[in-house]
Write a new protein. Structure first.
Length: 610
């Protein structure tokens, strides 16, 4: 009788596993701006190397596809070659035996469909249409184009005020972003190839906390031009700040009692303390920006009146309207809009939820914010109902984890169907249909009703947090083009056929991140300045430290710590703790200085001209 033995990985298998991880790290750290055709060929080669060789479509077909696409890169192809690539890929997709074959072919089909013009450019002119304007991944992925390696190096040398000045050149709200930015800059950090991305936001927080009062640059001489900014959120304030620096006379018109937009009326104090926000806004306005609050641009005054009084107008009204879920019983007493709740808290009108049993509908950051706020306002029980799975939530993972740690229950795969009222018209319960996860559409698995009975969730309050809309009707009535609820603006913020009127931020893109709104304000300011006949440049005299030539051995990333959940859930004080001096020194010295090594030495300004 043969004996069985435990099979363990030999040295070759272990090495192959390490190579897989190494490849994954390089894919994660690949910078934006690569030639899409070249990238597609590289992925195809990886897939071809993984084939078992059993079926002809994989063994032969992928090799033929690879040769055809390399002909495109090497200038040996014709336009007919592109059609042949598409035909070959389609044949492989429908005939391959396993996922390696048909998914590799599907990737090629997506490439042809997604950037056919790049294939044609290689064939016709032997070049790539993709421009590598900014080869430093973190800077390229920062919407505002902040010199991230520069300020990380300044933190490493203890020059915190200089670091803040450098950040403010491209992002006028460093204190705000140090606390709540979603840090897209970390996504492709090349440090991922060694261990893990630099904690860029954490280092910004350390610089801000230790810089003291950093003076603003002196404004340019007065130009005599007057600019109106409609909306006092991060995008509007940023545009106003840069325009004032350029010497223009700027007035912000804000509908609410105070400036800040969703920074004040959408983000709770425990994430962004009002003292920090107020100080940041006060600093930026100190260079001469005028403010008129509680002014709604509609009938009186309307956008035409404002345009006639100013040389240029920037519309940055944000997304402040709550969306209705559209289910029976939504009009019951006890149904609360998450946007309206956060707006009330922003104006210090704090409700009392003591003893309440609350159900929150939604899976985004706003849903997490209202759920965690409800816990702090005394709610007895808070449940978050979401029709997809927890991994499919649009909220940041740390927000979801924070809500759970503070006692919120997350009920995934539950689709609300109707709200039950009691005899007095008040909320009695939320009914939900259990879901089963299904096909992937648009990048996320789509849920569908499961073969299970509806679930009754007894509660007395339902909070709806399923998204925000734009208050665009009053602008549309006076000729501002609106499509699907958002204002239509060109890529450089101008509005077609309406000279002197610009728009940007959430009112153009739909709800997005704070840093994207700031970037939109920066772009608009530069283009408004040019429209007014000027070409001002925002510069800084901060000298970036020289590169260090010492080794960068593998080292763990310093993550941000938070106050204990049992303590923080009882107040609205800031929950995140800053880095220690030791942590900041270690983390800042992990930076590989991609701005000075390799192709990064040719770095360009990403948003210097639009």
């Amino acid at each position: 009788m043969s004996r069985l033995s435990i099979i363990t990985q030999n040295k070759a298998q272990t090495t192959v596993e390490e190579l897989y991880k190494d490849l994954e790290r390089r894919i994660v750290a690949s910078p934006p701006g690569l030639c899409p055709v070249d990238l597609a060929v590289s992925f195809l080669k990886v897939c071809h190397a993984q084939t078992c060789g059993k079926c002809v479509p994989c063994r032969v077909g992928l090799g033929q596809l690879q040769c055809l696409m390399e002909d495109v890169l090497e200038g040996n192809a014709t336009l007919e070659t592109i059609d042949l690539i598409e035909k070959t890929a389609r044949g492989i997709y429908y005939s391959a035996d396993c996922a390696i074959g048909y998914e590799a072919a599907n990737m090629v089909l997506k490439s042809i469909n997604g950037f056919r013009e790049d294939f044609e450019e290689h064939v016709l002119r032997g070049r790539c249409t993709c421009e590598l304007n900014q080869p430093v991944p973190c800077v390229a992925l920062c919407p505002a184009g902040v010199d991230i390696p520069g300020y990380v190096a300044l933190v490493a040398e203890g020059r915190y005020a200089d670091a803040v000045s450098l950040i403010r050149k491209d992002n006028p709200m460093p204190s705000v972003c140090a606390l709540i930015c979603e840090h897209p800059c970390e996504a492709r950090c090349r440090r991922n190839m060694i261990d893990d991305a630099i904690n860029i936001r954490g280092l910004k927080r350390y610089a801000v906390d230790h810089a003291g009062d950093v003076p603003l640059p002196a404004p340019a001489p007065k130009t005599g031009k007057r600019v109106a900014v409609i909306g006092g959120g991060p995008g509007g304030i940023s545009a106003a700040y840069y325009l004032a620096l350029m010497g223009h006379e700027v007035t912000i018109f804000e509908q609410r009692k105070q400036l800040g937009g969703m920074l004040r009326y959408g983000i709770p104090n425990y994430r962004l303390p009002r003292t920090v926000l107020d100080k940041e806004i006060e600093t930026l306005l100190s260079i001469g920006v005028k403010v008129e609050t509680e002014v709604t641009i509609g009938e009186n005054p309307n956008i035409v009146d404002i345009r006639n009084q100013f040389h240029a107008v920037y519309i940055a009204i944000g997304a402040h309207i709550d969306k209705k879920i559209g289910i029976e019983g939504e009009d019951a007493d006890g149904v609360i809009s998450a946007v309206e709740l956060l707006r009330s808290i922003g104006d210090n009108e704090v409700p009392d939820f003591t003893g309440k049993d609350i159900v929150v509908i939604g899976g985004g950051n706003v849903a997490m914010d209202v759920a965690r706020s409800a816990v702090r306002l005394g709610a007895d029980r808070v449940r978050i109902v979401y029709r997809r799975r927890i991994p499919d939530m649009t909220a940041m993972p740390e927000e979801v984890q924070g809500a759970i740690a503070e006692g919120c229950e997350v009920m995934e795969l539950m689709a609300p169907t109707h709200i039950e009222k009691d005899e007095d018209g008040k909320v009695a319960a939320l009914w939900a249909q259990p879901q089963i996860i299904g096909e992937v559409r648009g990048g996320r698995p789509t849920p569908k009703a499961a073969d299970a009975p509806k679930v009754r969730l007894e509660c007395d309050t339902v909070m709806v947090a399923i998204g925000q809309g734009i208050e665009s009707k009053s602008f549309e009535a006076y000729g501002i083009p609106v499509k699907r609820g958002v204002i239509e603006a060109l890529s450089w913020s101008g509005i077609k056929d309406i000279p002197g009127v610009f728009a940007g931020g959430d009112c153009v893109t739909g709800p997005a991140t704070v840093i994207r709104a700031i970037a939109a304000g920066k772009v608009a300011a530069a283009n408004i300045d040019e429209y007014l006949g000027y070409n001002h440049k925002i510069t800084t005299d901060v000298e970036i430290p020289k590169i260090r030539l010492d080794d960068r051995p593998a080292c763990g990333r310093v993550n941000m710590k938070e106050r204990d959940a049992a303590e923080r859930k009882d107040d609205f004080e800031l929950i995140e703790c800053g880095m220690t001096h030791e942590e900041a020194c270690q983390e800042s010295k992990r930076c590989l200085r991609c701005d000075h090594f390799g192709f990064g030495v040719f770095k360009g300004g990403r948003i210097d001209k639009w």
